[in-house]
Ligand binder design. Structure first.
Ligand code: LAN
Length: 744
């Protein structure tokens, strides 16, 4: 690939134990030295960023991770030796060449330690949180980082002046205010033409008073909202008896870990002092005179462009009570609650090496720790050191990632994809490195405080990102296990993961099965579904408890089926029962039209692939008739959505609207999922499969990559997230399956 933009080379990715950090002008590979050269820049170099990272969101708002990929291709070599099997026909040769090219290209993106670092951006409300933490604590990022952030924020502004909640979404009040304020905190003048447009957008759409509650929270911290305009989170709730269904320990861990530091901030009414910038901002984002706003009246006001989940009557009643309580609360009780919150925050920081469970809590925890212990404290410094784990450089600038990466998840998927046929074995070094990485990422011990802070047992589990971050995930455990079994089955590599560790992973998977037979994300469903009525976020749905999901369930069922092959006697009756209950759950989730809704990627093609794969592999565990019907309906559904060019394509709107929404053009990732499902089901529509395969082959670029199309990932129905590796992993997997089927 020709080297295009000189300032791209100023940024280098350093990795250690799966951790990745972008260093400005790195001189050594030591990740701890990544800030050593952050001061050695010229103004001209910084000015060049906006030219070199110019990005046109009109062409495609989803960036293609070009900076990392260019570097990896320059620095890494592949272990491919040029061998290839002989084909019987030119078509087969073409398929083999395409597959080898695809794997060859992708193997060069692998880091030395065996994983595939990649862009995990998408949401547009994450970087603002981190910038607020940096501003409040007076801990600025180095100038090169700041300039790259400005570039990113401007790159994702819409022509009408607004920002969406995520890079593909239409402008919202939340997205626009958060990003506008961020640019102002970064020092952009309010007279700037683009900011003027943004300010006009905010005012025309009702002003910042109508920002959703998460925005009200952030603005309150900045003294740009009044805490009285934010519905109380009732911090005392954490002192409730644990058996109560509304005790926060029963919430979905992401909600729990976001509302925890939010409650701490509310309890202490943390607020930056007024200054010129704040006073000016109050004029820039409100239609009203800030000092005359009736804050209590703003609590439930939400701009209609933002509203995804309406407040339930139950929540309204609860807010009435909690806001009323604020007027009479005894201070000693508030202090007691705040002390407990701080204790919990410290435990979370310690358990995750200060990475925390995700990007939102990462930023807010930093603020709490700064508030509790000060800027010079060891704890706060440890927090700041980990801000950088969440930053990613791509051709659209510097963004905050949706997690500290998707390291384990991608490594497990690609390993399985490559091993779908023995063609993958032409890359032994790549597979071996991936195996070593998966080995290192398995979680092998429990934290001393795991029970005290409501953590699910995790020995033997795998996380989504790194062992250091250490939050176990049910389906990541399943995928880690499946990949390990596939690698071990080749017999090619020194066995580093013992049978005992595999069995521990099985135990974890079993421990995660919900009462309804399905599998959740991080923890069992701990409270009844009616708790959802208390969801205070107007922008997300289904965040209150950890639900059972089709994809998570299918991944766990598949791993259990594979383990039965490997250790037929290990917990045999228990595993069999778990599998059949899991399959029942999956069948129950099927929609009338034969599809399944996908909660974690776009969308129906994704979950339908998972479900079909589990139903096909699990043939001995459920009755033949319902199983066959279900698979046939799924195939009919998929076939009905095939586009005239042979591909499939959904947009992110499938996720929010929960209705299959076809994209203007077919998408390689959706096409690959549909093909994986149809092939798994052994569909008799061979021509349909052939035309999908032809499309994947045609869309491949000369270097073996596929171009980045629409965004692929989602969470909580309404926010999208980039999975940059999917455009390689899934075409490779679908083609490899096709190759394997042809040969048999
Ligand atoms: C993820 C990423 C991975 C994803 C899969 C493993 C793919 C899925 O099958 C289970 C759920 C899980 C683990 C997941 C849950 C929600 C996450 C953590 C994310 C989408 C990454 C970011 C998101 C998190 C909630 C973002 C922060 C925003 C809040 C609303 C708190």
């Amino acid at each position: 690939m020709p080297q295009k933009k000189s300032s791209w080379n100023h940024w280098n990715l350093l990795t250690k134990n799966g951790r990745h950090v972008w260093a400005f002008k790195a001189e050594s590979k030591n990740i701890d030295d990544h800030l050593n050269n952050a001061d050695s820049f010229s103004e001209q170099e910084l000015l060049a960023f906006s030219k070199d990272f110019a990005f046109d969101r009109q062409l495609n708002p989803t960036s293609a991770d070009k900076v990392y990929r260019q570097q990896a291709l320059q620095n890494n070599s592949s272990d491919y030796t040029g061998n290839k099997p002989l084909a019987k026909t030119p078509e087969e040769q073409n398929l083999i060449d395409c597959l080898i090219k695809g794997m060859h290209y992708f193997s060069q993106l692998q880091s030395e330690e065996g994983h595939w670092p990649g862009d995990y951006g998408g949401p547009l409300f994450l970087l603002p949180g981190l910038l607020i933490a940096s501003y409040i604590s007076d801990t600025p990022f180095p100038r090169p980082h700041q300039e790259m952030m400005k570039v990113y924020l401007f790159n994702h502004q819409h022509t009408d002046g607004g920002w969406g909640m995520h890079i593909e979404g239409e402008p919202t009040m939340f997205g626009t205010v958060m990003n506008y304020v961020s640019l102002r905190l970064l020092g952009i003048n309010k007279e700037d033409r683009k900011l003027q447009k943004a300010s006009a957008w905010i005012k025309e759409n009702g002003g910042a008073a109508s920002i959703p509650s998460w925005g009200k929270f952030y603005l309150s911290l900045l003294n740009l909202y009044n805490w009285n305009g934010f519905n109380s989170l009732f911090p005392e709730m954490w002192l409730f008896p644990k058996w109560l269904p509304v005790h926060p320990s029963r919430y979905w861990c992401h909600s729990r870990m976001v509302y925890l530091p939010m409650a701490y901030c509310q309890a202490h009414q943390i607020q930056v002092p007024e200054n010129d910038l704040i006073l000016s901002l109050r004029k820039e984002i409100y239609n009203e005179d800030f000092d005359t706003i009736d804050w209590a009246k703003q609590r439930d006001r939400v701009c209609e462009k933002d509203c995804y989940t309406k407040q339930s009557p139950v929540l309204k009643w609860m807010n009435l009570f909690t806001n009323g309580y604020e007027k009479i609360r005894p201070q000693w009780l508030r202090n007691k609650a705040a002390d407990y919150l701080l204790k919990y925050l410290n435990a979370e920081d310690a358990q995750t090496e200060y990475l925390d469970i995700g990007p939102v809590s990462k930023a807010i925890n930093s603020i709490c720790i700064w508030h509790a212990y000060g800027k010079e404290s060891a704890q706060f410094k440890k927090h700041v050191a980990r801000w950088y784990d969440y930053l990613w450089v791509a051709e659209d600038g510097m963004k905050m990632s949706g997690y500290n990466g998707s390291q384990l998840w991608d490594a497990a998927f690609i390993t399985r994809a490559m091993l779908e046929s023995d063609l993958g074995q032409l890359f032994p070094e790549t597979l071996n490195k991936s195996y070593q990485f998966i080995d290192k990422m398995q979680i092998l011990s429990e934290h001393a405080t795991h029970q005290e802070f409501f953590r699910h047992p995790m020995i033997g589990s795998w996380p989504f990102s790194t062992a250091e971050q250490g939050w176990p995930v049910a389906d990541c455990t399943a995928k880690g296990l499946s990949a390990t079994l596939a690698i071990q089955e080749t017999g090619l590599f020194k066995k580093s993961i013992s049978d005992e560790r595999l069995q521990q992973a099985v135990d974890v998977i079993l421990s995660y099965q919900n009462k309804n037979g399905g599998w959740p994300t991080y923890e069992l469903s701990r409270a009844p579904e009616w708790l959802e009525m208390l969801n205070p976020s107007e922008i997300f749905a289904d965040i209150m408890i950890d639900y059972s999901w089709t994809e998570c369930s299918a991944a766990c069922v598949i791993a259990l089926l594979e383990i039965q092959q490997r250790f037929p006697d290990y917990k045999d009756p228990q595993i069999k029962l778990a599998i059949s209950r899991g399959l029942q759950f999956i069948i129950q989730q099927q929609k009338q039209d034969g599809s399944w809704y996908g909660g974690w990627a776009v969308c129906f093609t994704y979950a339908t692939w998972f479900a079909v794969e589990a139903l096909v592999l699990g043939k001995e565990y459920i009755d033949a008739e319902p199983r066959k019907d279900s698979i046939a309906k799924a195939c009919d559904f998929l076939l009905s959505k095939q586009m005239s060019d042979g591909g499939w394509g959904e947009t992110y709107e499938s996720c929010a609207k929960m209705i299959y929404t076809q994209a203007e053009t077919s998408q390689v990732v959706n096409t690959a999922w549909a093909l994986l499902a149809l092939q798994a089901a052994n569909s008799s529509e061979k021509e349909a499969i052939q035309s999908g395969i032809d499309l994947l082959i045609q869309r491949q670029q000369d270097n073996g990559d596929w171009s980045q199309e629409n965004i692929s990932g989602v969470f909580n129905y309404n926010c999208m997230i980039t999975y940059s590796a999917y455009r390689n992993i899934f075409p490779i997997w679908a083609l490899n399956r096709f190759y394997q089927h042809k040969r048999c």
